[in-house]
Design a protein around this ligand. Sequence first.
Ligand SMILES: [Ca+2]
Length: 197
Amino acid sequence: MHLRNAKLLLFCVLFIAQPSFQQSSKKKNGKKDGSNTAAIEELKKQVEIIMQEINLLKEQQALQTVCLKGIKVPGKCFLAHQAKKTFHAANDDCMALGGVLSIPLSGAENDKLHEYARQTISQEDHIWLGSNDMVTEGDWFDQSGTGLRFKNWETEITHQPDGGRSQNCATLSANTGRWFDDSCRAERAFVCEFNIV
Ligand SMILES: [Ca+2]
């Protein structure tokens, strides 16, 4: 249902509901009052359903805006934020928008995120990834607490992750697309991801 149609339907329901309510207050007959009350309750339910549909459509429209501003990959959209923030502040910003810090689930997705980061931030910079080993050193989890199935640590030159307890947040190099551990208090650009149903 399009948003305009949903709003029109909501208007019609409210228009119908209004005289029914006025009539019910005038009538003294108990049975008729009862049937009117039931009709009003039914209309209230319908209005509630329509409001839910409108809210869903609003969310879908917001998601479309995110996808248009950023890039779309299978199952999700990425949206870059060039302002540098700490890991927690960046994570909060993504959550406020209804997303999470980006975390690639495959080599193909990592390639897309790498390409997008290279286009939107300086190649010298890193972006935060939605993964940390704060709970147990060396065990890297995503922001929902699930262990990572895919990792892309830089292991040829510097053998990441190599920061131990002082570096518990993951970044992706905009230059190489490889992952590094970093201090969560460092300030980095970031990319939020939004799941597409
Ligand atoms: Ca660590």
